[in-house]
Design a protein around this ligand. Structure first.
Ligand SMILES: [Zn+2]
Ligand SMILES: [Zn+2]
Ligand SMILES: [Zn+2]
Length: 120
């Protein structure tokens, strides 16, 4: 079985071709299509912006994230899988979990000011 999930809405499809053929109401771009979630499918999905854990992507992306980089937006599933430690993609600092990481601001953030963000 190789079902694929949309990373914006969590809808399941039999394959990527049928997933990307349809438009997704939760794609941040107007009239955007579903896009495949490229992380591991597991019991828990972690928001890459705030580290909150959810049982499924549909529940996650239905709620807004207080740490969304645009100020307002839904939680976004982290696609890198569970790790012992997470490394910031901007500065390389290691953190125990994504919630701790995204709570702190990163001196090398490309926008000049912003939180650490996990690399894959
Ligand atoms: Zn979708
Ligand atoms: Zn979040
Ligand atoms: Zn950083």
């Amino acid at each position: 079985m190789s079902e694929v999930l949309c990373k914006f809405c969590g809808r399941k499809f039999q394959n990527i071709a049928s997933l990307t053929a349809l438009s997704c109401s939760r794609n941040p771009q107007a009239r955007g299509k579903h896009e495949p979630f490229e992380g591991e499918m597991g019991d828990v999905y972690i928001c890459k912006n705030c580290g909150r854990e959810f049982r499924d992507i549909a529940a996650m992306t239905a709620l807004s994230c207080t740490r969304h980089p645009d100020g307002k937006g839904p939680h976004v599933p982290y696609e890198g899988g569970e790790k012992q430690k997470y490394t910031c993609k901007f500065c390389g600092r290691d953190f125990r979990d994504i919630a701790a990481m995204t709570a702190l601001s990163c001196t090398r953030h490309p926008d000049g000011k912003g939180p650490h963000s996990p690399a894959r």
